[in-house]
Design a protein around this ligand. Structure first.
Ligand code: AMP
Length: 113
């Protein structure tokens, strides 16, 4: 998508701090961290958000969650704990309309739900 900032990160037009990549996903540090460790995991495929997911994306979503676990181990916070967040739509505060999962760690978080 031409005007999508995460697509521009994927094609290198916008710089990012890479944490992990494979054939399906790319992970990089959030530019405005909300926790000591704040990483975004995005699919290479442009999907607007969780509400645009289809049956065919089942494996991809599973892969993203397993990637979060892999990154947590790689970065050394798997045992201490981490949070995976997806904001979907305006009321949830989604600001970038390319599916992404926030991986947050490095401190004790308040209970949200
Ligand atoms: P959300 O509010 O759930 O849509 O999350 C979008 C996230 O993308 C926010 O946490 C932003 O700080 C982050 N973000 C926006 N632009 C960039 C960028 N160029 N590099 C890294 N993170 C970004």
């Amino acid at each position: 998508m031409a005007d999508c900032i995460f697509c521009k990160i994927l094609n290198g037009e916008i710089p990012s701090q890479k944490v992990y990549e494979d054939e399906l996903v790319y992970a990089f540090r959030d530019i405005n961290p909300a926790a000591p460790q704040h990483i975004l995991i995005i699919p290479r495929e442009h999907i607007a958000g969780a509400n645009a997911l289809e049956e065919k994306h089942k494996e991809l979503v599973g892969h993203i969650i397993l990637t979060a676990q892999k990154i947590a181990r790689q970065e050394g916070f798997a045992e201490d704990g981490f949070r995976i967040v997806n904001n979907c739509g305006e009321n949830a505060g989604q600001t970038v309309f390319h599916l992404h999962f926030h991986l947050l760690a490095g401190g004790k978080f308040d209970q949200m739900v």
